[in-house]
Ligand binder design. Structure first.
Ligand SMILES: [Zn+2]
Length: 321
């Protein structure tokens, strides 16, 4: 009897073992929503990148024309880009022409190899080269191969873009025409990153902004050059876009409000922290004195405002010196 009970418990134990391969979900939900004529939007999850979400935390978009397809960003892993490609192929057999990389962060970048292999030319700003050649990029990929396995693995690589903006310090826009669509690719950095690009489609009035515009939340300013960032936002406001496709979060049909909000916040930081720096006030004093009530109800205010103010304080000390 004892032996039988032992065998039974062994069997039960075996049944309780997790199935080794099935622990990873096979897919995350991904759809392409029409947002303007010929224009499709794929929205990533509002989450940190993980093996469970396959690093599907950023957006992509594509514009389908008879002359070919333009894609904005490539998503955060090669399998996600395969799915993006399948969504494109459900809608057109026209050739994949261009992928514009809004900036060289892993979640916008790791799908590039799939789209390049499918025939697209990769467009990026020259400042991205520095990132691609950096230890930061190499170490990040190495870490991602473990953290995001099997979606990012030893076959995932950093793709060298085919077409560069900003070579030799040039600030000229790149104009790409496909069918009825005339795309202006413009350097908007240094803002969120040195290499930020935005894409404006004159045919639809859609502005693809990457991470230069934050919708309905306090922006993460980091080491950004907020003077250049404000200039870039002003130039985007001049375009009077009809629809804004951000790098994260939902599409906005009130682009001017979003651009203006990000601009107001940055301008307020520069004004208040600039004053403090000029008066040789300490940061703590200045931060306590400034009235933040305009922004205090925005999401992430508590998490990032003080750090944003501090970084701007240091920047303004440097600028006023
Ligand atoms: Zn991003």
């Amino acid at each position: 009897m004892k032996t039988l009970a032992f065998l039974a418990s062994l069997l039960a134990g075996a049944l309780l073992l997790p199935a080794p391969a099935a622990a990873q979900p096979a897919t995350v939900a991904m759809t392409a929503e029409p947002v303007a004529t010929d224009t499709w939007f794929v929205q990533g999850q509002a989450a940190m990148g993980s093996a469970a979400n396959q690093n599907f935390i950023s957006n992509a978009a594509f514009v389908v024309t008879p002359a070919g397809v333009l894609v904005v960003d490539s998503l955060g892993s090669p399998p996600l880009a395969e799915r993006l490609l399948a969504l494109i192929r459900q809608r057109t057999q026209a050739p994949l022409r261009y992928v514009v990389v809004t900036h060289c962060h892993a979640d916008h970048l790791y799908g590039l190899q799939v789209l390049q292999a499918a025939g697209a030319r990769i467009v990026a700003h020259a400042a991205c080269r520095e990132y691609l050649n950096s230890d930061t990029a190499r170490l990040r990929l190495q870490a991602s191969r473990e953290e995001l396995f099997p979606w990012v693995d030893e076959h995932t690589r950093l793709v060298v873009p085919d077409l560069w903006l900003g070579e030799g310090g040039s600030e000229s826009d790149l104009v790409l025409t496909l069918g009825e669509h005339r795309f202006t690719v413009r350097h908007a950095g240094p803002a969120h990153t040195a290499e930020d690009l935005v894409v404006h489609d004159a045919a639809t009035g859609v502005l693809f902004t990457g991470d230069v515009v934050f919708r309905g939340r306090v922006p993460f300013v980091g080491q950004a050059d907020s003077r250049r960032w404000i200039q870039a936002l002003d130039r985007m406001l001049e375009l009077k876009p009809r629809l804004l496709v951000p790098g994260h979060g939902p599409v906005s049909s009130h682009p001017a409000d979003d651009l203006q909000q990000t601009r107001d916040y940055l301008a307020y930081l520069r004004q208040t922290m600039g004053e403090a720096a000029r008066n040789l006030e300490s940061f703590d004093e200045a931060y306590a004195r400034v009235d933040w009530s305009r922004f205090a109800s925005w999401p992430l205010f508590a998490a990032v405002n003080r750090m944003n103010a501090y970084n701007t304080f240091l920047l303004m000390e440097h600028e006023t010196r």
